[in-house]
Design a protein around this ligand. Structure first.
Ligand SMILES: Nc1ncnc2c1ncn2[C@@H]1O[C@H](COP(=O)(O)OP(=O)(O)OP(=O)(O)O)[C@@H](O)[C@H]1O
Ligand SMILES: [Mg+2]
Length: 244
């Protein structure tokens, strides 16, 4: 396996209520790689993402971040190098700007530096005009822009996205996909992107891993997994045979 793996997993298993949720012999993300993680409902995508983000403790196996093995003593410092965005924006009941400032303060960034970072990312996600607005009164698209701006303001080394566009309407989703794809490209951010909508993948991720019943069944480029006609054949489920 390449030494430039930024995240690497060995023999990782998660068991909950006596059930094997996933069993991953090998998985890695290179530094700067953007990879989509797809699979049917219940495949274990969110569980794997939370485990990689060190928010769920695996029952067996190891996770390495930048060559450092995650363990009890370093879990907090490793977590500070990551950020997550979920389908629900999970904002605090305060202003949009303060949502970013509070997250930054938790990572030790305060004062002018925090303010500058918050302004930069609110602007980059097109919501600078909403900075003083209560996060409670945002549309779904605005809330998800806030959640993304908050994640990027933390300047993480790894970004985990769990169906971030799942509850957005088509025009909102399309413009955010374009913007996020551009930003990820500019930033060279190591990213794992869970989605159910394969048509989103080409905007975001050149590589795809397919999870089925807790196991990785395929991994490759978008074309290797979905074929040349993609996204024309997006109703095909990549965990089913035959391959396109
Ligand atoms: N704490 C838990 N206790 C018992 N079972 C769990 C627990 N957490 C997850 N599971 C089970 O693990 C399986 C994988 O769940 P997970 O949420 O990771 O799937 P997913 O691929 O993200 O699905 P979806 O596409 O619906 O979001 C499911 O069968 C779920 O019920
Ligand atoms: Mg899920």
């Amino acid at each position: 396996m390449s030494v430039d793996c930024f995240i690497r997993v060995e023999n990782l298993r998660l068991v909950r209520s006596g059930k094997l949720i996933f069993s991953i012999d090998e998985f890695s993300l290179a530094r700067g790689e953007v990879r989509a993680l797809v699979g049917p409902n219940g495949a274990g995508k969110s569980s794997l993402l939370l485990t990689l983000a060190l928010l769920e403790a695996a029952d067996e196996g190891s996770i390495f971040l930048d060559g450092e093995k995650a363990g009890r003593s370093n879990v907090l410092s490793l977590r500070r190098r990551m950020a997550l965005v979920f389908q629900e924006a999970l904002l605090l009941d305060t202003s949009v700007r303060r949502n970013l400032l509070i997250a930054l303060r938790l990572r030790g960034v305060t004062g002018r530096k925090a303010l500058a970072r918050a302004e930069k990312w609110l602007d980059r996600f097109g919501i600078a005009h909403l900075a003083g607005r209560s996060a409670r009164h945002l549309s779904g698209g605005e809330a998800q822009r806030t959640s993304l701006a908050r994640a990027f303001a933390l300047e993480p080394e790894v970004l985990f996205l769990d169906e971030p566009f799942g509850s957005l309407d088509y025009p909102t989703r399309k413009s955010l996909l374009n913007e996020l794809g551009q930003i990820l490209n500019d930033m060279n951010m190591t990213t794992l992107f869970v989605t159910h909508d394969y048509s989103e993948i080409p905007y975001i991720a050149p590589n795809v891993t397919v999870l089925h019943e807790g196991r990785i069944v395929r991994s490759g480029t978008v074309t290797e997994i979905f074929g040349e006609e993609f996204p024309g054949r997006r109703s095909w489920a990549p965990w089913e045979d035959p391959a396109p």
